[in-house]
Ligand binder design. Structure first.
Ligand code: NAG
Ligand code: NAG
Length: 155
């Protein structure tokens, strides 16, 4: 029994120093990847969680995508949401939560990716579990493009 504990301990220590996966053995690494396919129009987005605010970023032909990676917390309560703006439209929704997680898992520990496409007619999620793109949200008509007053782009 002591030996078993020792082996488990060594595995835990090793997992903390495993350079290919930034997360420890108890948590899984995820990437949220968002790509705009809209031509000739800027899409501005701001993604946040309870603890993080990644600021405002623009997707256009100069930079079509945006992504970040994180370790899902042990309790599985990790949640990220993004707000999107384009001329006359906006939308806000969770891009990562407990319900979405199953669509991001590819079967290996390092390559879990929640992949979104921002299209002219709405937001699509690639369901890794079914290997299909599904429409996740429509754009919501906005009377004005309500970018907040403090709006400045993040580096
Ligand atoms: C894309 O957006 C950035 C940030 O607003 C801007 O600097 C850049 O000129 C834009 N590119 C195009 C092709 O509009
Ligand atoms: C997760 O986010 C989706 C929208 O992307 C929403 O439909 C769903 O209700 C959310 N699940 C939870 C548990 O909040």
């Amino acid at each position: 029994m002591k030996r078993l504990f020792f082996i488990v301990f060594i595995l835990l220590v090793l997992s903390c120093f495993n350079s290919s996966n930034a997360c420890s053995i108890f948590v899984t690494e995820f990437t949220v990847y968002i790509k705009s396919t809209i031509v000739g129009e800027d899409v501005t987005l701001r993604c946040q969680s309870k603890d993080d605010d990644f600021g405002y970023h623009v997707l256009n032909s100069s930079k079509v995508d945006y992504d970040w990676s994180f370790c899902q917390n042990f309790w599985g309560s990790t949640l990220y949401f993004c707000h999107f703006w384009r001329p006359n439209y906006e939308q806000v929704f969770d891009v990562f939560n407990n319900t979405i997680v199953k669509h991001c898992i590819q079967g290996t520990f390092d390559d879990n990716i929640c992949s979104y496409e921002v299209r002219d007619d709405g937001f699509y999620l690639f369901k890794q579990d079914n290997y299909v793109w599904v429409k996740w949200f429509d754009w919501k008509q906005a009377s004005s493009t309500e970018l907040p007053k403090e709006y400045t782009l993040s580096p």
